[in-house]
Design a protein around this ligand. Sequence first.
Ligand code: CP
Length: 299
Amino acid sequence: MTMTQLKQRSLLGLKELSKDEIESILDRAAYWENHSTKVHNTMQGKFAANMFFENSTRTRFSFEVAEKRLGTEVLNFSAAVSSVQKGESIYDTVRTLESMGIDVGIIRLKPIGVLAELATKIKVPLINAGDGNNEHPTQALLDMYTMRKHFGQLKGLTVTIVGDVLHSRVARSNLWALQKFGVKVNFCSPPNMQATDLDVSYVTIDEALKSDVVMMLRVQLERHESGMLSSAESYREHFGLTVERASKLANHAIIMHPAPINRNVEIDDELVEHPQSRIFPQMENGVPIRMAVVERALS
Ligand code: CP
């Protein structure tokens, strides 16, 4: 495989992906969503390795479901029970699986920059399943798919991403991809959770409620320096989507959240499965999106 083919089949982020490429992944996901047969043999004989160096439920299992639906042989690597615990490096781990003949590697990593470096050394397509606070492209693709399904098109929508954007790879991937489609993206965050490196408008929580899509983010306590969050109650009071705030949303507006959720912190318990919530449909849409992305890597 040439370097150009390798680059075309890999998915490291949405910042560098064209609008046409994103659209073709969304269209292919719609094809898979509407396909009634659960398991296909399209990718029979291909090996996919899911390499998660950071915890995951949704991304890891929806990649596995997607791979199995495509007929792919699936290898699941978990750092917690691997030789990483003996000090083996990320590069040596991925290189080991490559040498065993995998056809695609799906990787989640905590340190930023490692995935981009791996992609220059590994000769099979790599798919980013979450890269520090840099990008989470398949999450943003499934978010866009969910919005497009609800509104018919993305152009002209206003999407406000509320919460801990500083630590959010979901916010970054959505921002960069949605802007290519003519979506107005705002952020709404406490000052110490704002991402000052990004060129984006910050709005108040009251302004956020006027949006077509209110995307709530998890407060990522595991990535915080101590003292970033004074209390869960105070965060909910100032930035949480409470039942009272949600009553001000337009009838056509939708609530999204990439999950996992801190219930009653960034979003009230009653809103998670509210008629305007698309949180579980987002997870459902993750499977056809990942089928489209894995198929693109293996085709
Ligand atoms: N949304 C998301 O990435 O969830 P997981 O961390 O469970 O994969």
